[in-house]
Every structure is written in structure tokens, then in C-alpha cells.
Design a binder for this molecule. Structure first.
Ligand SMILES: *Cc1c(COP(=O)(O)O)cnc(C)c1O
Length: 389
């Protein structure tokens, strides 16, 4: 017996023009600003059949992911969980939960991602103020103190690892200043988590966010978020509801906490992958991992010098996870990156914003932070540069 579809009078567009070839993904060495390559066991974890997001086995995984994230950030914050979406979603979650219309938010802008914080904070109705530093430099504690004195903000937001410039903003001492001026401290750890030392509680940071696809070497799609007691207190005193329903920590904590109240369908396979990526990190140990990133970066920086290239950022503030390499005069930066990708399967990034055309951005993060991968890039880059001159 055949059944007919109800009242199907519409004509279906033909499928013959669609690509019906099976999916093919090229194999690339991802040495740009992200994503970075994932370890085989992380890819395998993602490849499992999904289970329900209220399945006891899944709930246990959630607890484990939370503990692993607390370890990775060195925090005891109860509200620590990955949000669905990429790093920008977690960035938005920090601002959305603590910023009320009219709140003054001071942002330290020393690159592209500082500007993104400014844009987002404005959308939540903040009275946004900025401090600027040239691209590649960082803020001193004195400058930060002066900014807090001048603007008296409710929230200060800083980018710990500015991926557009390759600079590492020191956070030591900033938390104490923020308490002195009674303001919350948000830090962007998107390109530092899992590769650069972070001591969130010791540094007295109130909110932080990251992503899965850079230092944690997990495919993109879920992003770590954490919120400490002072931030929770501000959220609980809000006069207005959090303007973003999807990222409202007051609702999400009922799912991530003991109540397990449904909020949205969790991206379960990405949680599997993140758990595995964090497990690998914990197995290696944070200190070993930080040291590996520093050693690989130093090896790479010396290699750059030996092929006649130089770094944009002063060594004292240079990020081990992301290096900005100056493009030599007369070299077409885009053409070199394109040749690396299409002829050698190596991805690196170009300059963003003010540094467009002036630098390449090289990420040696997570699974890719190894000498042999740095060496591969150095040898290939030298070859490509020679043939393009
Ligand atoms: C990559 C990045 C972001 C944004 O993360 P997405 O995953 O691209 O949304 C935010 N801040 C910094 C410093 C970044 O490097």
C-alpha cells in the first residue's frame, strides 16, 4: 500500500543542480589564529552517536567538563560551563549578564578584539568608555589605574591575549585595582586558555571567556564561560532582565547546576569533544602544557630570525600561542599565505585591522604547539618567500 503526501500541489525544486559528491575535507596544518588541529581522540569523541542532553551519562559528563574547566582556568567559580557558539558567544555572555543599560563599561583597546568588546557592550546599552594602546603594545598598571580613576566604571574589560597583535596583557594586579574602584573585571582568554599561564582566582578576575578551537584544540562550537561571586551578586541585583535569553546565566545555571532544568538542547557531540580535549590537557598537566607552548614559540621565534624575519611584538609581551610576523618590504602577504595553503596545505593568518598587510599571524596552539610543526612552517615559508622574490 502506498500513501500519498497530503495536498502536495507545490512543485519541488530539482536536486540535480546540487552537489551530490560525498563530502571531502582537505587535510590542512592549521597554523593560523584558529581553528587549530584537533587530536585524533578528540575527533573520535565527536564522531560518537549523540545521547540525550538529560541522560544521566551526559549529566555526569557535564560535571566532569565543569571540573576540567575550573582546573584549566585555575578557578573555583561554581558558574563555569561552556556555552553553545564560538568565542564571540561566550564574550557576549559575560557582557550580557552583568551589564545593565546605563552601566559604565571601560574597555582597554589594543587591537581588533577590544573593538569587538566595545561594540557588544554598546549593544547592551552600556555607557562605553575606552582606553587605547597602539597595536602590539599593552597597558601598564598605572595606565589602568588612571583609566579607572577617570571613568569610575562598573566593569573593566581587557583582552588577555590580543590575537590581532600577538600581545599578552599582564593581568597581575588588575583585579586588586578593580576591587579598590569597586568594579568588575572581565578578561578575554580566547587565545590564552590552555596555552598561556592563567590564575583566574589569584588574579581576582570576575568573569572570563574562551573558545574551544584555539589553545584547547577542539573543533569550534562550544565556548568556556565563567563567572565569580562578585559578578553573580551584580547579576542578582539587576533591575532589568538579561537582554539575551540564550546566554542568560540565571537560566543556564538551573541546567548546569543541580536542578537540571531544560533550557536548550545541548550540542552534545561538541561536549564529548571538549571533554576529551580537556582530559588530554589535564593528563599532560597545565604547567607542562604552558612550558611546551613557551618552548615551541621560542624555537619558532629563533627560526624566524634565522630566515631573516622579525616579530611585531616586544619579547616581554609576546604571546606563545600567536606570533605576528612582520611582512618584509615588497612581499605580497596575501599571495604568500595563499601559496602556503593551496600548495603546501598549511594555513596561516593575515593581518587584521590596523595590521592588515603588515603581518602574518601564526598560531602554535594546543595539538600544533610542537617543534616539528614550527619547523615545517619555517622551511616551507622560507621556500615560498625565495620563489616569490
Ligand atoms: C578568536 C577570538 C575571539 C572570537 O572568537 P570566535 O570563536 O571567533 O567567535 C574573541 N577574542 C579573541 C581574543 C579571539 O582571538
Amino acid at each position: 500500500m502506498t500513501s500519498t503526501l497530503p495536498l502536495n500541489t507545490s512543485k519541488v525544486n530539482a536536486a540535480h543542480k546540487l552537489s551530490l559528491a560525498p563530502l571531502q575535507v582537505p587535510e590542512r596544518l592549521l597554523l593560523g589564529p584558529g581553528p587549530s588541529n584537533a587530536e585524533a581522540t578528540v575527533v573520535a569523541a565527536m564522531n560518537c552517536q549523540p545521547i540525550g542532553h538529560l541522560d544521566p551519562a551526559y549529566l555526569q559528563m557535564m560535571d566532569e567538563v565543569q571540573d576540567l574547566l575550573r582546573y584549566t582556568w585555575q578557578t573555583d567559580n561554581e558558574l563555569t560551563y561552556p556555552v553553545p557558539g564560538t568565542g564571540s558567544a561566550a564574550m557576549e555572555a559575560t557582557l550580557a549578564n552583568v551589564v545593565e543599560p546605563g552601566d559604565r563599561v571601560l574597555v582597554g583597546v589594543m587591537g581588533y578584539f577590544g573593538h569587538r568588546l566595545v561594540d557588544m557592550a554598546g549593544r547592551y546599552g552600556a555607557d562605553v568608555r575606552t582606553m587605547h594602546q597602539s597595536w602590539g603594545q599593552v597597558f601598564s598598571l598605572d595606565t589602568i589605574r588612571a583609566g579607572l580613576e577617570e571613568h569610575r566604571p562598573a566593569v573593566l574589560a581587557l583582552v588577555h591575549a590580543e590575537t590581532s597583535t600577538g600581545a599578552r596583557q599582564p593581568i597581575e594586579g588588575v583585579g586588586a585595582l578593580c576591587r579598590e574602584f569597586d568594579c568588575l573585571l572581565i578578561i578575554d582568554t580566547v587565545t590564552s586558555l590552555g596555552g598561556v599561564p592563567i590564575f583566574l582566582d589569584e588574579w581576582q578576575v570576575d568573569l572570563a571567556y574562551s573558545c574551544s578551537q584555539k589553545g584547547l584544540s577542539c573543533p569550534p562550537g562550544v565556548s568556556p564561560f565563567t563567572m565569580g561571586p562578585r559578578a553573580v551578586a551584580k547579576m542578582e541585583q539587576r533591575q532589568t532582565p538579561v537582554a539575551n535569553w540564550y546566554l542568560d546565566a540565571g537560566l543556564l545555571r538551573k541546567y548546569w547546576g543541580r536542578d537540571r532544568v531544560y533550557h536548550h538542547t545541548a550540542p552534545v557531540n561538541l561536549t564529548f569533544a571538549l571533554r576529551e580535549a580537556l582530559r588530554l590537557l589535564a593528563e599532560e598537566g597545565l604547567e607542562n602544557r604552558w612550558q611546551r607552548h613557551q618552548d615551541t614559540a621560542e624555537f619558532f621565534w629563533e627560526g624566524l630570525e634565522s630566515i631573516g624575519l622579525s616579530c611585531h611584538v616586544d619579547r616581554a609581551y609576546r604571546l606563545p600561542t600567536l606570533t605576528t610576523v612582520r611582512v618584509p618590504d615588497g612581499v605580497d602577504a596575501k599571495a604568500v599565505a595563499r601559496t602556503l595553503l593551496l600548495e603546501h596545505n598549511i594555513e596561516i593568518g593575515g593581518g587584521l585591522g590596523e595590521l592588515a598587510g603588515q603581518v602574518w599571524r601564526v598560531g602554535l596552539m594546543g595539538a600544533n604547539s610542537h617543534r616539528d610543526r614550527a619547523e615545517t612552517l619555517l622551511t616551507t615559508l622560507e621556500k615560498v618567500l625565495h620563489s616569490s622574490l
